[in-house]
Design a protein around this ligand. Structure first.
Ligand SMILES: [Fe+2]
Length: 469
């Protein structure tokens, strides 16, 4: 596989070729894994199996999940591809058959005749992996999720007992309400401005659907819940499927339309719209309601950070943590920058989701960006004061999304742990465990993995999940 022409398949963005298992005898631990950690850290990401025709980060590439199972201060590492029908068909023919999201290819007739996957749009299943309703689900925002076993075997496409219909694009960024256990998510469709909020209860049953009228089908990647609302950013970034099929640039940015912030009542009812200048955001950090206002914290950027051009440089644009305050009475919008640090993959403690909270976490950079993304630090913002703590793993390191893992013996945010994968040239890749209360002290444990863990997307902690259960 020659990946030399793809900027985002270089260095630690390059895929790995094998699936591995390493038990606790084969993993080197620096420091000490806290004994109260029982569960699995899982992270999804793009890991292209065959040389792509085109590659637009962060959309393309077959999903691969990297998991570290932890119990009794010991760890077990496992990585597995999500066995999508597209990947299985390419394995059957042992070559690239499907194009990228930015440049689709017609599916060869011989593939269709042989019963291979006929849809030219690859369900990459590469964006997120969550545990909800007793299930582990691998997610991509353009299609159905895949049901995974705790040991990362791909079980099947999951359609919520027929509730998802062909063409439904199930969201990859649900939020789980810490009070009810409900998962708040949505369905979009590729061909129309169709946006329906879905509420999935803690047992995995869809219990409510709230359709929202949008003027056009924009790229909406994340949502945020507050006590009473679902918040989305309707930014003027668009993907045109027909153009992708024709090989033309399918992405466009129309800043004159501005960005609409939409507050959708969680129990249904008329959405509240707020108009702002154009901006784009991949990720919320958190949101909550206070004194008749909605506060949303998120990572701001000026415009959508990619085009059809693989090396346009748009990916390098500034992104910072912002706080937006939406006045429900006057409809006024106030947006302030929390800090100047380049950051992405913002997270809060999941048990504070939708509630007033203190700490926001993100992966961050304290250096000039070179040819590609590089987040070499873990960042903690005190969202009340704007003060920050930063831990740098190394000047050339790349740190993944930081996940807050609650301390089972304490409800305090600062008593939890922050976990992320780190690649740092010169040492084996590792799963970093920081104290949420003192990021600046550096890792309390590094679980070193003898093979590379490529840069990826979203991670989550699966409390109590173990191999073989
Ligand atoms: Fe995301």
């Amino acid at each position: 596989m020659d990946l030399s022409r793809f900027p985002y398949l270089q260095g630690n963005y390059a895929p790995v070729a094998t699936e591995n298992d390493f038990d606790h005898h084969e993993l080197t631990i620096e420091g000490k894994i806290p004994h109260d950690l029982v569960g699995a850290f899982m992270r999804n990401g793009a890991n292209t199996a065959y040389e792509p025709n085109h590659y637009v980060y962060p959309l393309d590439g077959d999903g691969m999940i990297h998991a570290v199972y932890i119990k009794d201060g010991k760890a077990h590492y496992r990585n597995r591809w999500v066995q999508t029908s597209h990947l299985k068909t390419e394995r059957q023919f042992n070559r690239t058959l499907y194009g990228s999201c930015g440049k689709l290819m017609p599916v060869p007739q011989e593939v269709i005749d042989a019963g291979g996957e006929p849809n030219p749009l690859r369900n990459t299943s590469n964006t997120n992996v969550i545990q909800h309703g007793g299930k582990v689900l691998s997610m991509w925002e353009g299609g159905f999720p895949h049901l995974m076993s705790p040991g990362l075997d791909t079980v099947e496409l999951h359609d919520y007992e027929g509730a998802l219909k062909p063409g439904d694009a199930f969201f990859a960024h649900p939020k789980i309400c810490p009070d009810s256990g409900d998962m708040v998510t949505c369905i979009q469709r590729w061909e129309a401005p169709f946006f329906t909020v879905k509420i999935v209860d803690k047992n995995g049953q869809i219990i409510n659907s709230i359709p929202v009228d949008l003027p056009a089908k924009a790229i909406i990647h994340d949502l945020q819940i507050t006590e009473n609302y679902v918040i989305i950013f309707n930014s003027p970034g668009f993907h045109d499927l027909e153009k992708a099929k024709a090989g033309a640039d399918p992405f466009r940015w129309e800043p004159e339309k501005g960005t609409q912030v939409i507050a959708i009542p969680r129990k249904g009812g008329e959405p509240i719209w707020f108009q702002t200048d154009a901006f784009f955001s991949w990720h919320f950090c958190n949101g909550y309601e206070k004194d008749g206002k909605i506060i949303v914290d998120y990572v701001w950027m000026k415009q959508i950070p990619f085009t059809q051009a693989m090396d346009s440089g748009l990916e390098k644009q500034t992104r910072n943590m912002h706080r937006m305050t939406l006045d429900l009475t006057t409809k006024a919008v106030v947006d302030t920058k929390i800090g100047d640090i380049y950051c992405e993959f913002s997270r809060c403690a999941d048990n504070r989701c939708g509630k007033e909270y203190r700490y926001g976490f993100a992966t961050a950079s304290n250096r000039q960006w070179a040819d590609a993304h590089g987040y070499n630090c873990t960042l903690r913002y005190d969202m009340n004061t704007g003060e920050h703590q930063l831990w740098e793993y190394g000047p050339e390191a790349n740190a993944g999304e930081p996940v807050h893992v609650p301390n089972p013996n304490s409800d305090k945010e600062e008593d939890g742990y922050i976990m992320c994968y780190v690649y740092n040239p010169g040492e084996d890749p590792f799963l970093s465990i920081l104290s949420a209360g003192n990021i600046a002290a550096g890792p309390i444990a590094k679980i070193h993995i003898p093979v590379r863990v490529p840069n990826g997307f979203h991670a989550n902690w699966m409390q109590d999940l173990q191999l073989g259960e």
